[in-house]
Design a protein around this ligand. Structure first.
Ligand code: AP5
Length: 221
């Protein structure tokens, strides 16, 4: 099964993708996580991407394409994947279609996690991320059991450098600007499903699982 999770920053794409990936035994491919790995390793790609990320801007399409081509060359994607953070615009959607056509693959579900601005700011300004396994926590909504330590691997938690209110607003503006064409594209292809993601993470997860297990067409938009 191949699933794309769409949605603004803070919609819960990473949170849901990580749990779903475990449940459906599929790899979770997050372009944000791959970029952050490159930045922390100091790779050439990371050096080129860092400034764009810190300003809340999109990293150039060509850099992301190269990174994804490498990821899609790994054998674990043969069973499917959960794609989080890609595509972000119509150009990337078309690039993805070309990449998948070469692999004789298609997309089964594009799930748009709808979230309001107030919720986004509250979630991102309190987000904590595990530096070791990448799991997300939140100081209020999903606090770790032990302060600043990951429940799953005991790794140290940190705050992302792009989770400052000014950068969050910039990322949100970029999303609003780029996503409408993308959403129309998947709607025209009859692949788009919409889920309200303002609610509790467990409830959102249950809705996604029900959708992919039963192909609930009442959520199609
Ligand atoms: P990326 O890492 O993809 O960031 P993003 O899209 O801005 O999304 P976030 O990771 O901020 O949010 P999320 O929806 O995953 O929410 P999360 O689950 O963490 O990209 C970062 C940067 O990399 C971009 O700005 C860009 O520069 C670059 N980039 C990445 N991909 C690119 C591409 N394709 N092209 C070009 N550039 C690219 O949840 C957030 C918080 O809320 C957490 O604390 C979580 O615990 C909490 N939470 C989640 N769900 C709930 C819930 N239902 N209820 C309560 N709290 C919740």
């Amino acid at each position: 099964m191949r699933i794309i999770l769409l949605g603004p920053p803070g919609a819960g794409k990473g949170t849901q993708a990580k749990i779903l990936a475990g449940k459906l035994r599929l790899p979770h491919i997050s372009t944000g996580d791959l970029l952050r790995q490159n930045v922390s390793q100091g790779s050439e790609l990371g050096k080129q991407a860092k400034d764009f990320m810190n300003k809340g801007l999109l990293v150039p399409d060509e850099l992301i394409k190269e990174m994804l081509l490498q990821r899609f060359a790994q054998p674990d994607i043969s069973a499917g994947f959960i794609l989080d953070g890609y595509p972000r615009n119509l150009r990337q959607a078309k690039t993805l279609e070309e990449m998948l056509a070469r692999l004789k693959m298609g997309i089964d579900f594009v799930i748009d996690l709808k979230t309001s601005e107030a919720v986004i700011i509250q979630r991102l300004s309190g987000r904590l991320v595990c530096g070791a396994c990448g799991f997300n926590f939140h100081v209020k909504n999903m606090p770790p059991k032990k302060a600043m330590a990951c429940d799953h691997c005991q790794g140290q938690l940190y705050q992302r450098s792009d989770d400052k209110e000014e950068t969050i607003r910039k990322r949100l503006a970029v999303y609003v600007n780029e996503s409408s064409e993308l959403i129309e594209h998947y709607q025209a292809k009859k692949k788009l499903y919409s889920i309200c993601a303002d609610e509790d993470a467990q409830l959102v997860l249950e809705r996604i699982v029900a959708l992919v297990e039963n192909r609930n067409d009442s959520l199609k938009v």
